[in-house]
Design a protein around this ligand. Structure first.
Ligand code: FER
Length: 285
């Protein structure tokens, strides 16, 4: 049987397009402007019992325009950076970006969960945010996510529970978490996005110990970074290894530094790809 896979390396907003996917370039002007002529999703704050941390923990949950308990939704877990918490992504107005995309029929209706990825009792971004205990808490979040938050979401929202309907993405520390947790749990996440992944990202050999498995299990592996971000070495080393091991992925380097303009664009691009059929005919093997 012909084994096909999809690989695209995209540099500085230039595009490589697979047949049925739109050309990836950059979000158009106005993609993040509030429109009053369309329906809007809703962001709620929820609190879940974390057996991992031993506290009630907070998360924000975006439900899309037209949300109904009678429908079923896929879920994107969208993670923040080292200086943030569950509210950090609000700086990038993700609900505006998603509402606009939804109004244009460019994304699948999805629930987006914005957790606090610092899994410790005092999970606020205070004091020395680079403290090793706090950095370790970003790693501990894997257990909280898998054992506490995902079950909470699945109990309280009408969501699909298979991996094809579950995505994980994040900015910086959250990008590292997305790669670390997503690639270590290929039975739970089929769509993984790392925006400007931080040095918490595992080394490539540890991230992808079994390239055949990654190749077979993933729907999308997205790695992006601003061209002038000093953390780009993390994305580059991961991309280089994936190329070497023939693991299909999108590598998208865009103008910008370690900043929200980049992450907003990434959310726009990534959310358009997930929970849709993937065209793997970009290249053949
Ligand atoms: C580091 C530099 C940056 C690091 C983490 C970051 C854990 C995270 C940045 C961010 O989340 O924005 O050395 O080490």
């Amino acid at each position: 049987m012909l084994k096909t896979f999809f690989y695209a390396a995209i540099l500085l907003a230039m595009a490589v397009s697979a047949q049925s996917q739109e050309i990836v370039k950059h979000a158009p002007p106005g993609f993040d402007s509030l429109r009053t002529d369309i329906l809007h999703g809703v962001i709620d704050t929820v609190s879940y019992n974390s057996t991992t941390v031993g506290t009630q923990r907070r998360a924000l949950i975006y439900t899309p325009p037209g949300y109904s308990k009678k429908k079923m939704y896929p879920v994107l877990y969208l993670l923040h950076g080292i200086g943030g918490d569950e509210k950090e992504w609000l700086q990038g107005h993700p609900q505006v970006i998603l509402d606009n995309l939804y109004a244009e029929g460019k994304i699948e209706p999805m629930i987006v969960v914005l957790p606090n990825g610092r899994a410790m009792k005092d999970d606020r971004a205070i004091g020395n945010i680079f403290d090793s205990v706090k950095v370790q808490a970003f790693a501990n979040f894997e257990k909280d996510l898998l054992n506490d938050l995902i079950p909470f979401v699945q109990k309280n929202y009408p969501v699909y529970t298979d991996k094809k309907h579950r995505a994980i993405a994040g900015l910086s520390m959250g990008g590292g978490q997305s790669l670390n947790f997503g690639l270590a749990n290929l039975d739970k996440f089929a769509w993984i996005g790392a925006f400007s992944a931080a040095p918490n990202t595992k080394m490539p050999e540890e991230l992808v110990p079994d390239s055949a498995k990654a190749r077979n299990e993933l729907k999308l592996l997205w790695i992006s970074c601003g061209a002038s971000d000093r953390l780009i070495t993390v994305s580059k080393r991961t991309h280089d290894y994936l190329v070497k091991m023939n693991v299909p992925h999108i590598y998208y380097i865009e103008p910008g530094a370690h900043e929200f303009s980049v992450w907003k664009n990434d959310l726009y691009m990534f959310s358009k790809l997930i929970f849709k059929p993937v065209d793997r005919s970009g290249s053949e093997n």
